[in-house]
Design a protein. Structure first.
Lengths: 267, 306, 101
């Protein structure tokens, strides 16, 4: 292909470029009726695009917005969306990259918990829209013969998510969403958050020490014995009955089964 | 596998009752209104949803819409398919729309004469197209592809626009008639959009309606608009969907209904959404006009009440 | 992983029995389900709709919402109420650069 001939930009490419760059004039060939000016007319489209994109982010990340204030949030959102415009036409999927953006966005570098707060908010909405499934019933687990329990593996519920943080992101997230004061929170205390949807509502839980290791292992296919051994090894005071109880109550899993490898009795 | 009993809501075998859109007023469904709508003794004629809001896998939105669909006729209105796009119909998005349509078996499926996606992403706005042979061929091809995939006929809605194109060679009404004739689609006439675009471009709304193929209209939209000004200080109307329907739009609607007969008529209210009784009051105003003018119409009611 | 290093079967069985015997927890889960069964009015974040936004004088027409001194708006955020260790207050830096090209 000859490199010297730049392809003619299509009309919608011109229109798109002018939509998101207010320094550009309205696209060529676009006007008001009878030759009237198009500057303010074109601005209607510019505003709708920019404002509704920012509104969507503000909707999805209310805790982040409350932490930094609406003006800061909206300004920050404009920089984010210039870097990462929505690709999908489904707006509730927007903002998957916000956490990574916040990690490299200098003006919030003094707020180390902010990326994980945004991860919790994004996980919350993913859980909200996740496929329906009934959580594993306690009776189903109770029906497993004692000698088989160690070999059980679990199917994660479609809504289940975990966010492990080096900061108090879970406490900050919930206080911020519930409009509670933040003064008593020690922001650099590490916290693990669990997001599930056991019935019809999304729930966010702060996990006790060791529980995240246990759940993470089970969510990635470890057997119950392997996960319990791992958690006890890392956290000697790990409360296994409480963790299993929380796992059932929160609905982290939708089913359990005997791991095929274990049923073959390998040597 | 040791599982709990399957959720009857997601069992996949539950079919919905077949409920066509009645020639009555309906409302755009907002999640915050669902409980009141289900409990309301003055039942709304039908409900319409934006398809994109139900493209998730499950959860509260589907639970609410399932409850609504069991009791009310439903219209699915897409806002993101970008039918006027130079870069073609997004295959994945069309598949997601098909999934929503298969899931809810709506009485009606509609989309816009507009584009909203390009290389620079999704703009979340209904952007205008020039009316000429090139755009017409593109839009007709896209509508055909959508109808083939959905295995049903869809409606295309006339837009609200703020700018004109030098490349335009046809009137909007003629352009829309050609889309319908060539693709076999039906039309959704947004009377507020007619008023907004006519004001913004200096057309006469009645002349627009005289050219418009009213005999192909299967649904009507009504909404409120905001007022701004253009570079010359003249009135520029914005399709804001944030307030009651304007008096001038009601008058235009009366004229349309007196021609077409009663048609399913949606009240859209998307920003600054009011309490349900306020939205229902708008719907009742439309119902009163349908009752008064529908039976005496020139074309006669093509959607006889059941 | 060798079988010997794993937690014993009886310990696991005991833990599961303790976990599922919590009658109070089972009751509370059931009642929570019942309470939300009939309620559909859950707000949706990030909705699509087909309305135009505000008119001609908002964010879309200015280069950046905030430039230079606009970060005094930081006071509106709640993050400043938390103290970070070492006596630093959580704060936001002013930003006076334009949108990246």
């Amino acid at each position: 292909m000859p490199p010297s001939e730049p392809a003619r930009r299509s009309a919608q490419s011109e229109f798109s470029a002018a939509l998101i760059n207010p320094d550009l004039p309205p696209p060529v060939g676009v006007s008001g009726p009878r030759g009237k000016g198009a500057r303010k007319r074109f601005a209607v489209y510019r505003n709708t695009v920019t404002v509704t994109r920012i509104d969507a982010l503000a909707d999805i990340f209310p805790a982040v917005q409350r932490l930094v204030g609406a003006d800061f949030f909206r300004g920050m959102a404009r920089i984010y969306l210039a870097q990462e415009p929505p690709v999908s036409a489904v707006l509730f999927e927007y903002g998957q990259g916000l956490a990574a953006f916040l990690e490299r966005f200098e003006p919030v570098s003094e707020l180390p918990y902010l990326p994980d707060v945004s991860r919790l908010e994004r996980a919350w909405l993913d859980a909200f829209h996740a496929a329906d499934a009934d959580p594993l019933a306690p009776a189903a687990l109770g029906a497993v013969p004692a000698e088989d329990l160690g070999d059980l593996t679990f199917t994660p519920h479609p809504a289940a998510r975990m966010v492990r943080s080096r900061t108090a992101a879970v406490s900050i997230f919930s206080a911020s969403r519930e409009q509670r004061p933040l003064e008593t929170i020690r922001p650099l205390e590490p916290e693990d958050g669990l997001i599930t949807r056991p019935a019809h509502e999304v729930q966010v839980r702060l996990l006790p020490p060791g529980a995240a290791d246990f759940f993470k292992a089970l969510m990635t296919g470890a057997t119950l014995a392997e996960a319990a051994t791992l958690a006890l090894g890392r956290q000697p005071g790990f409360d296994l009955p409480a963790a299993i109880s929380a796992m059932l109550e929160a609905g982290i899993f939708s089913a359990c089964s005997l791991s095929p490898a274990k049923t073959e009795h390998p040597q | 596998m040791m599982r709990s009993a399957p959720d009857p809501q997601t069992g996949g075998t539950a079919r919905f009752p077949s409920l066509p859109l009645p020639p009555r007023a309906g409302a755009g469904l907002k999640p915050e209104h669902v409980d009141q709508i289900l409990a309301d003794t003055q039942r709304i004629g039908f409900l319409e949803v934006h398809a994109e809001n139900y493209m998730g896998d499950g959860g509260a939105p589907h639970r609410a819409l399932t409850a609504i669909r069991r009791e009310f006729p439903l219209s699915v209105h897409g806002v993101g398919l970008s039918i006027g796009s130079e870069s073609g119909i997004d295959h994945a998005h069309l598949e997601r729309l098909a999934r929503v349509v298969e899931r809810y078996e709506p009485a009606m499926v509609s989309e816009h004469l507009a584009w909203s996606s390009h290389d620079a992403g999704y703009f979340n706005d209904l952007l205008p197209v020039p009316y000429n042979a090139e755009t017409l061929a593109r839009v007709v091809a896209h509508v055909g592809r959508i109808q083939d995939r959905l295995k049903r006929h869809i409606l295309i809605e006339n837009p609200s626009t703020y700018v004109a194109f030098e490349e335009t060679t046809m009137s909007e009404a003629d352009f829309i008639r050609e889309i319908a004739t060539r693709s076999g689609c039906g039309l959704l006439l947004d009377v507020n959009n007619v008023f907004v675009s006519a004001t913004n471009h200096g057309w006469k709304p009645l002349q627009y309606l005289r050219r418009f193929p009213l005999e192909l209209v299967e649904e009507i939209h009504l909404a409120g608009h905001a007022e701004d000004t253009d570079d010359e200080g003249d009135v520029l109307l914005i399709d804001a969907h944030d307030r009651p329907v304007a008096d001038a739009v009601w008058k235009l609607y009366e004229i349309v209904i007196s021609q077409t007969g009663a048609l399913p008529t949606l009240i859209e209210w998307d920003n600054d959404v009011p309490d349900w009784p306020v939205l229902r009051r708008e719907a009742r105003l439309a119902d009163a006009i349908l009752d008064r003018l529908g039976p005496a119409s020139l074309l006669g009611s093509r959607h006889a009440a059941e | 992983m060798s079988q010997k290093t794993l937690i014993g079967a009886s310990a696991l069985a005991g833990a599961v029995a303790m976990a599922i015997s919590g009658a109070t927890f089972l009751a509370s889960t059931d009642s929570a389900t019942a309470a939300t069964e009939k309620c559909y009015g859950v707000a949706m974040a990030g909705k699509n709709d087909c309305a135009a936004g505000p008119g001609t004088t908002c964010a879309g027409t200015s280069k950046v919402d905030f430039q230079g001194n606009a970060w005094k708006s930081v006071e509106a955020g709640t993050c400043t109420t938390m103290s970070l260790e070492g006596g630093r207050m959580g704060s936001l830096e002013p930003l006076d650069r334009d949108l990246p090209a």
